[in-house]
Write a protein that binds this ligand. Structure first.
Ligand code: SAH
Length: 249
């Protein structure tokens, strides 16, 4: 099935307007015609089945035939607070996290983050990351596009994590809790909103871990080997989704 993401403004009553790159793709690559069926989502979790109704020079109109609540959304909403790594690593982390069902991504400038971003770099990067999230959502058939925010400070991250039912911090040294047991507890207590903190290459500073421990975060380890940032994030998201019962056939 051919899938398109459009802005909610392009969906009105029972009609969807496709324009710009979507129109080009529809016409020149897919060579679709009036009468063909497409699937459209607006990024908020709703998916539409629609039939192309008219194809004009600057827009195509499709008529909505059915509305679905996407089945690809996990009930566990994990917000990733990712210590900003160097180079292109964040691109990979975003793509894989979206495939694995992350709800939202906040890049975090921690004590040991080495990347320096001025305001315009930060804006450009965020646009790029949002595009990657969107493409990944489309490819893996999510109807919800996780938001990627601009990089925030560690203190802001702590503030944002306050309302969450639970907060997990991955720490390679002296973990205080077992991940499996921790997730079992979340399950029993029906915790659905999890804040997940993963450090940058240099790891979290001792004080940052201390602050989180004082706030009642669950400080957990992923075993005795030190994983690269991207491996840590991808693994922990897989483990969370598995243990929270989100990987059901
Ligand atoms: N500072 C460390 C490595 C940091 S790895 C060093 O260089 O020795 C980057 C991040 O991945 C860490 O901050 C942590 O959040 C996560 N991570 C890597 N391996 C881990 C492990 N075995 N257990 C828990 N977290 C891990």
């Amino acid at each position: 099935m051919h899938r398109f993401i459009v802005s909610p403004d392009n969906i009105q009553n029972d009609k969807i307007t496709l324009e710009g790159d979507d129109l080009k793709h529809l016409r020149q690559v897919l060579r679709l015609k009036p009468g063909d069926t497409i699937h459209v989502f607006d990024g908020s979790g709703v998916e539409y089945e629609a039939v192309i109704f008219s194809l004009e020079k600057f827009r195509a109109i499709a008529e909505i035939k059915a509305v679905f609540q996407a089945e690809t959304e996990p009930q566990t909403r994990v917000t990733l607070f990712q210590g900003l790594p160097k180079g292109e690593k964040m691109d990979l982390i975003i793509q894989k996290s979206v495939e694995l069902g992350v709800h939202r991504i906040n890049p975090v400038i921690t004590n040991r983050t080495v990347v320096k971003l001025n305001e315009s770099d930060s804006k450009k990067k965020t646009e790029r990351w949002s595009r990657i999230a969107r493409e990944a959502a489309k490819q893996c058939r999510r109807a919800y596009v996780p938001e990627v925010t601009e990089p925030i400070t560690f203190d802001e991250a702590l503030r944002k994590a306050e309302p969450f039912g639970a907060a997990l911090l991955l720490y390679e040294n002296e973990a205080k809790k077992c991940l499996k047991e921790t997730l079992k507890c979340y399950n029993i207590n029906k915790i659905r909103d999890i804040a997940l903190f993963v450090g940058p290459e240099g790891g979290f500073a001792h004080q940052e871990v201390e602050d989180c421990a004082n706030l009642g975060y669950d400080i957990v380890s992923l075993g005795k080997r030190i994983l690269r940032v991207e491996t840590a994030t991808i693994s922990v998201l897989s483990i969370i989704m598995y243990e929270m019962g989100e990987i059901n056939l």
